[in-house]
Design a protein around this ligand. Sequence first.
Ligand SMILES: Cc1cc2nc3c(=O)[nH]c(=O)nc-3n(C[C@H](O)[C@H](O)[C@H](O)COP(=O)(O)OP(=O)(O)OC[C@H]3O[C@@H](n4cnc5c(N)ncnc54)[C@H](O)[C@@H]3O)c2cc1C
Length: 356
Amino acid sequence: MSYDVIIIGSGPGGYVCAIKAAQLGMKVAVVEKRATFGGTCLNIGCIPSKALLHASEMFAHANHGMESLGVEIGKPKLNLEKMMAHKDATVKSNVDGVAFLFKKNKIDSFIGHGKVLGEGKISVTDNDGKETELEARNIVIATGSDVAGIPGVEVDIDEKVIVSSTGAIALIAPLVAAGLLPADYPVTINAVSGYTGGGKQLIAQMEDSSRDDAIGAAYFAYALTLAHKHVPEIMTHTGITRRPIFTPAVGRFAQGMLVNVPLHLDLLTGIPSIANVHAALSNHYDGGSIVEVTPLAVSASQPRLDPEEMTGSDRMKLYVCGMEGSGQVNLVASLDNLGKGASGAAVQNLDLMIRG
Ligand SMILES: Cc1cc2nc3c(=O)[nH]c(=O)nc-3n(C[C@H](O)[C@H](O)[C@H](O)COP(=O)(O)OP(=O)(O)OC[C@H]3O[C@@H](n4cnc5c(N)ncnc54)[C@H](O)[C@@H]3O)c2cc1C
């Protein structure tokens, strides 16, 4: 079969080119290895991500933005299955639209892997391995981009541990489904850590009483304006959208840390019980070697927690404390964030990302 122009790839680059060429009177064919047209943008990029963002924004608006306007609709419930079905329907109407335009403009389409064999020659190999040869006066390569690895490093993008943006949509969505914490929840984080985390100067101030700027206190609060350098990264890595209130403090001990996140259960999605919150954390860290979620009974039996509990360890313990019926839960992390240095912390972060 011979054409004026064959375009490999049917994304925004390829389909616009194909339609325009056909409208200019050329005999056109498109080769696409995906089952549907539209490329990354329509199938797994711009369109599905914006459909999900739009639906999420409507949910957030219904949850928090209406009452102050005098529109009372009660608490909305997230039906993730329907949200994903809406996303799929939006994608389908877009990719079907491109197929319709191809037909309308008499553009031939070939589903399969396109390969340029030589001047004016293309082969198309379909899923069954069947090869078709096509000829064209002109060939346009509009194959777009693919998920990139890291040069020099073998990266297995398995869409489970290491995810591309494609996997992230699929991965985040189920987390939202299990997600108890709305992104705009007004989070408060209280923390106390050992003084060596403050670096050389603070160590000297705490240990050398002869200094002019020596600190004699057994415990002190800081970042009192609520401006702390870690707030932006807390938001990035947790996904929360409302700036959390972070009130850190330092104690007269070298290493160790307790971080408290107290939550009102009635402000969480679905008003979970303390056991539900515990289950969500346990499921998330299941199988990991670094983070241990202590059993509810162990959390309940703690009269107090010692910030030095995990000193010298690279592991972290999470406690889920609270009184059934009180409507509140107190999440506490016990860890030694200090003393291992930046490279040690980086290695531990990598381990956490890979194994949890
Ligand atoms: C999550 C996400 C969100 C995005 N959001 C936006 C946004 O909001 N706005 C925006 O402007 N851009 C957005 N983009 C970027 C946008 O998707 C790309 O810029 C656009 O798709 C590029 O179009 P293209 O035609 O060059 O390539 P692609 O859309 O990648 O299309 C290339 C096509 O070629 C096919 N192909 C490749 N090799 C072969 C072969 N050998 N044989 C046959 N077919 C082949 C592929 O299957 C694919 O269908 C987003 C991207 C992602 C990943």
